[in-house]
Design a protein around this ligand. Sequence first.
Ligand code: FAD
Length: 406
Amino acid sequence: MINLETPKKLKPLVEQAHQVAAEVLRPISRKYDTAEHERPKELDMLAALIDGMEEGGGRSGAGATGVGGGSGPPPKDDGANRNGSNLATVLSIIEMCWGDVGLLLALPGQGLGNSAIASVADEEQSKRYAGRWAAMAITEPEAGSDSAAIRTTAELDGDEYVLNGEKIYVTSGERAELVVVWASLDRNKGRAAIKSFVVERSNPGMVLERLEHKLGIRASDTAAFRLENCRVPKEALLGSPEIESKGGFEGAMKTFDNTRPLVAAMAVGVARACLEETHELLTRAGVDIDRSRPALAQSAAAARFLALEADYEAGRLLTLEAAWMADNGKPNSLQASMAKAKAGRAGVDVALGCVELCGATGYGEQELLEKWARDAKILDLFEGTQQIQLLIVARQLLGKSSAELK
Ligand SMILES: Cc1cc2nc3c(=O)[nH]c(=O)nc-3n(C[C@H](O)[C@H](O)[C@H](O)COP(=O)(O)OP(=O)(O)OC[C@H]3O[C@@H](n4cnc5c(N)ncnc54)[C@H](O)[C@@H]3O)c2cc1C
């Protein structure tokens, strides 16, 4: 049975992550929102500290590394109750994003490419890429939600693959040391031919075109690349080099079952920041919020706040469920998408609802509420948009394939 209290063994981790968020991230939150594209140097020290703790066997839980992956096979569903690395990471991400989601995404060593490597790499690759920051490059000008439509190609030439194509909207694409690039071995063979390749960021064939200017998460760099005869060793291919007509692409997509709860957790963290701040501002303004009484028997502002809080709570519980299921070897594809859809939408609704409740104070730059409202939107977009999550949920509930329901 799932128990909704924070497990005792994870409490110190949650407290530690909260302290980092409050003392390191919050104080520089506005600075790097304003100074878009400037590297948050304060995070280098934090990343080094986290690395040291992980090497020493402790868990910092500050970021996304190793979620759903890491070494060893996934746990079996044997009826035991485990609170493992998925739940630990989700709980600490919530705390860190209560601090600042853009800064969490900019934390060296915590890229989505790291999750892909952790999920798919063989032993030799795991060793080769250990401790290195990896971004993830799937999206192209002609391929967003439909990742099977990618046009980047990878051609075998002796002991190397030669990559050619264009990648856009790569989170941490400028600052990471590695980029996991999705490319097709044979465009005539459809999705089965899509493979991922680990490319050194310093590879001269990977040409940085530009950095994007964005609505939110401005502390996190978002890059566009051109791959121009970009040569990588054969060993840079993650997974099997064979084009298997069944299962190959589905395997790659399964990585998302691990990363969607993480993005959901980010949305939960931002929403909680908004609610806490709004609660304080409303209380100061004389609005009494009583959780023990029916919402509609209270002031309109209190009722609205309680409705937002309920929405947040639903997203949070789905997120914890998806992570807990992964820790316990239960297939969680459906719950991962439900969590991402609910928390992603609740994050946006809660953030905008809080701006509304606080009026001009919420809209101005003296508070962080307006920034959180801008930051929240991306969490309902990347790692699969709201609409795509609902499509995945519908397919699973109705037992339809992606060809039958699109
Ligand atoms: C800040 C930022 C960071 C990002 N980081 C990364 C990254 O690190 N790596 C990476 O590879 N990508 C990244 N992305 C890209 C992101 O994953 C894509 O933007 C996302 O997948 C949507 O693709 P698109 O923008 O092309 O929109 P489209 O796919 O063109 O969709 C446009 C709209 O149509 C809707 N839609 C599409 N298909 C359907 C359908 N079948 N049914 C109903 N509605 C549909 C979508 O939900 C959306 O609302 C990032 C994007 C941003 C903005």
